[in-house]
Design a protein around this ligand. Structure first.
Ligand code: PBG
Length: 325
């Protein structure tokens, strides 16, 4: 009679043993809550493709940030949904634009107690829905867009953002925004760069959330799903340009990319569990096809295990509460 020399099952025998030997753990401070603030709302409005996520009024935004902070969430990432848009996205740079006003309200309310991050991109503010301004042929004009991003970064820093987060995948955006911030005296405002952001079908529910006017797609600036080496190139460029943190997005279909970036990055790495990832689990759970909480926790843990230091997830507060027990 011979016995297996190795029995990995020994350490799986009880919940306490599994807890003791877990290789990675998610901590509430790892989690970042993305939030949408919509201009002119007095009550929060549900987003149909993202059940449980809302467009916030200023008041519901504040209340929800309080809940996130109480649960120990690490930061909030703010997106703005303006009532009117134009070709150059002027609502993004005006101090009274919805995102800048909301940042001001939150920074007065929370000061340094909550890390305030803001999305730095034009897509919510342009009437054509692209992340940058267009040239005379209708193509996204990289360098003209950089000028606006620089002003947008300064407006967000002025309003109280601690971290600005360029998500538009324009070449040179990190260096340009860094230069604009520094020239305006915001040397302490950090940049979380969406470094490897892929053109993805899984953004669908978000585009509903921001009432995107986009016709066509973002494939001339967001990365192609086939490309792995290019993610390293993009991340290295952002590191060279002075990114304080880098991001891979989406998360679930790009966990290999996340692992690669985590191995080469010299700064913290974030991953964004996007709207479509959220909607799929919520929809399957609503149909009774999946155990909702277990699926959420496993999806977040998987992103952490793949190498994320920070995880942007619409479930941030819920998961943080569960972790606190
Ligand atoms: C673009 C932007 C996108 C998301 C956040 N900012 C993607 C896009 O529309 O291309 C996606 C967020 C999500 O899907 O949860 N500025």
């Amino acid at each position: 009679m011979s016995f297996p020399l190795h029995r990995p099952r020994r350490l799986r025998a009880t919940p306490a043993l599994r807890r003791l030997t877990a290789e990675v753990r998610v901590h509430p401070a790892d989690l970042v809550l993305p939030m949408f603030v919509r201009e002119g709302l007095s009550e929060p409005q549900p987003i149909s493709a993202m059940p449980g996520v809302t467009h916030h009024s200023i008041d519901s935004l504040k209340a929800t940030v309080h809940e996130a902070a109480d649960a120990g969430v690490g930061a909030v990432m703010l997106f703005g949904v303006p009532t009117s848009q134009d070709a150059v996205g002027s609502g993004a740079t005006r101090p009274d634009g919805v995102l800048n006003r909301a940042l001001g309200e939150l920074s007065r309310e929370f000061g340094d107690d909550v890390v305030l991050m803001s999305d730095l991109c034009l897509d919510e503010f342009t009437d054509h829905g692209h992340c940058g301004v267009l040239d005379e042929h209708g193509a996204v004009d990289n360098d003209a867009t950089l000028q606006i991003y620089g002003r947008m970064g300064v407006a967000q820093a002025e309003a109280g953002a601690r971290v600005v987060s360029p998500s538009g995948m324009m070449d040179g955006q990190v260096a340009h925004i860094r230069g604009a911030l520094d020239a305006a005296g915001f040397t302490e405002t950090a940049i979380l760069a969406y470094s490897a952001k892929y053109a993805s079908a899984f953004y669908g529910p978000f585009r509903e959330a921001v009432q995107s006017a986009l016709q066509g797609d973002r494939r001339t600036y967001q990365m192609d799903a086939a490309n792995r080496r290019e993610a390293i190139h993009e991340t290295q460029l952002d590191l060279d340009e002075g990114a304080d943190m880098v991001m891979v997005k989406p998360a679930m279909s790009y966990l290999d990319i996340l692992r690669d970036v985590a191995e080469m990055s010299t700064v913290p790495v974030a991953a964004y569990q996007i709207s479509g990832e959220y909607a799929m689990i919520e929809a399957a759970a609503a149909n009774g096809w999946i155990d909702r909480e277990a699926a959420i926790d496993e999806s977040v843990l998987g992103i952490k295990r793949a190498g994320a230091d920070l995880i942007l997830t619409y479930w941030a507060t819920e998961v943080a509460r569960r972790l606190k027990g």
